[in-house]
Design a protein around this ligand. Structure first.
Ligand SMILES: C[S@@+](CC[C@H](N)C(=O)[O-])C[C@H]1O[C@@H](n2cnc3c(N)ncnc32)[C@H](O)[C@@H]1O
Length: 223
């Protein structure tokens, strides 16, 4: 766990720049789609990183209270700078596997490009369900694999070969090779939605984005 946090701290200074370059800025649209499902006032952005999701929520509705939590101090330091002066975004260093919040606390929990870095996903899903209020909503935005074989082949070449090379110029090639590998081994959307149902979420909807390069899960806690 500490190793993942350290790796993200190591790449934190160039994380935002590379995210936008490597995704041709599409990452912003994906986050915007994900936050359009937020319907409560009290939101946890877990694995907040540099707080792009927390800031997008604030931009869409400045009255919402957002807590951004992450295990990487380096990422949180960047997040602190970006959210300076915004009273209703609060940041905390916390592990998704052991959240320091009471049961039934949040209206929505969102995790964007974070869950594939968490090995014990079932435990994390249990934690997300525990801190959600009854009828609360969990939103999971993550990379996926395009179903169209031609698009998928092009995507694999880009992700496995081009992406680490570009990343190597601005940041750390090995870290991005690792991130690319985590996308390869991340389970398909149906597997993740089955895991959500297994931990007790009642209804799970899946929305594929950009030909399946990314995927949004919307899971509902029982009311
Ligand atoms: C790829 S970044 C995503 C950041 C941000 N949510 C975004 O959309 O750009 C993944 C983040 O997950 C965090 N992370 C990984 N494992 C974690 C855990 N167990 N608990 C909390 N955060 C975790 C990392 O430190 C990193 O900041």
């Amino acid at each position: 766990m500490a190793e993942i946090g350290e790796m993200f701290s190591y790449i934190s200074k160039t994380y935002d720049l590379l995210n936008h370059i490597l995704s041709f800025n599409i990452d912003k649209a994906w986050r915007k789609t994900a936050i359009s499902y937020i319907d409560g006032n009290n939101v946890l952005d877990i694995a907040t990183g540099t707080a792009d999701v927390a800031l997008a929520i604030h931009k869409a509705d400045p009255t919402k209270n957002v807590i951004g939590a992450d295990i990487s101090i380096g990422m949180l330091n960047i997040a602190l700078k970006k959210t300076k002066g915004i009273n209703n975004i609060n940041l905390i260093c916390a592990d998704a596997l052991n959240l320091p919040f009471n049961d039934n606390f949040f209206d929505n929990v969102i995790i964007s490009f974070g869950i594939r870095n968490i090995k014990n996903r079932i435990q994390a899903l249990y934690e997300f369900k525990r801190v959600l209020k009854p009828s609360g909503k969990l939103l999971v935005l993550e990379f996926s694999k395009p179903k169209n074989p031609i698009i998928n082949a092009a995507y694999i070449v880009y992700k496995d070969y081009c992406l680490p090379q570009i990343a190597g110029v601005f940041s750390n090639k090995t870290a991005y090779e690792y991130l690319s590998k985590t996308i390869r081994y991340f389970p398909n959307p149906v597997f993740l939605s089955d895991a959500m149902l297994q931990v007790g979420f009642k209804r799970v909807n899946i929305r594929m984005l950009s030909f399946g390069v990314a995927c949004l899960h919307i899971a509902h806690k029982e009311g």
